[in-house]
Design a protein around this ligand. Structure first.
Ligand code: HEC
Length: 200
């Protein structure tokens, strides 16, 4: 009787452990599948791909070494989706036109508070850079939304905002100059600071 019980217990142990191994394998499969689904989604979306992220990192370095990330510009107030207080700079990087918009937010924010402590209120740096033959349908703009520390903002499902970002493109398509740039719309934008001493 003891033997029977023992072998039953052993059998049960083997069964549960193999079931456990089985379910672990299933979890692993699911994760692998999710990773590739995630990758596929990013490719389908046209942004947040590996190449986009590599380029965004490269560009951040260029924004730092040039004066584009540090030159102060004219602060102004604006509506959503960009931060309440903003400033826009334009220059060139690798001979390509680049527009940088710094977006500031926070409780009871004012232009003066930002002027006195830009880094405290900096929430996002949204950048458009015109890359040759990159996206001919949309004026070749590459779109990026950086956090203050240079890492990327993401969509709610964790896709990095860099590349042919649909949200940016669809809204900017309504700009009057037909080049996806709102700068022409004088009432929407403040004066742009041009930064000429760009690094090549
Ligand atoms: C719902 C509309 C909308 C969306 C979405 C949007 N923008 Fe904008 N953006 C604007 C408007 C309007 C302006 C000009 C007014 C302002 O903010 O001064 C602007 C200005 C800019 C500028 C300054 C150049 C210009 O066009 O005047 C940059 C750079 C920029 N946006 C980048 C981005 C990026 C990058 C994204 C996506 C991560 C994005 N924007 C998403 C509406 C939008």
């Amino acid at each position: 009787m003891k033997k029977v019980l023992l072998s039953l217990a052993c059998g049960l142990l083997i069964l549960t452990s193999s079931a456990l191994a089985d379910s672990m394998q299933k979890d692993r499969d699911k994760m692998m599948k999710m990773n590739s689904v995630e990758k596929m989604n990013k490719m389908k979306k046209g942004f947040g791909t590996k190449e986009d992220i590599i380029y965004a990192k490269y560009l951040w370095k260029k924004l730092e070494t040039s004066t584009l990330n540090s030159t102060p510009a004219t602060l102004y107030l604006g509506g959503p989706p960009h931060g309440k207080v903003r400033e826009v700079l334009e220059g060139t990087i690798d001979n390509q036109r680049v527009i940088v918009k710094r977006n500031y937010g926070g409780k009871n924010i004012t232009i003066n508070k930002v002027k006195n402590n830009r880094s405290k209120y900096l929430k996002a740096i949204t950048v458009m850079i015109q890359r040759k033959n990159y996206d001919s349908k949309n004026n070749d703009w590459f779109w990026i939304k950086y956090k203050a520390n240079g890492t990327l903002h993401t969509t709610p499902n964790k896709t990095e905002l860099a590349g042919k970002v649909k949200g940016c493109i669809s809204c900017h398509s309504s700009a009057s100059g037909n080049d996806l740039v709102f700068i022409h719309n004088k009432d929407a934008n403040a004066e742009i600071t041009l930064v000429n001493e760009m690094m090549k």
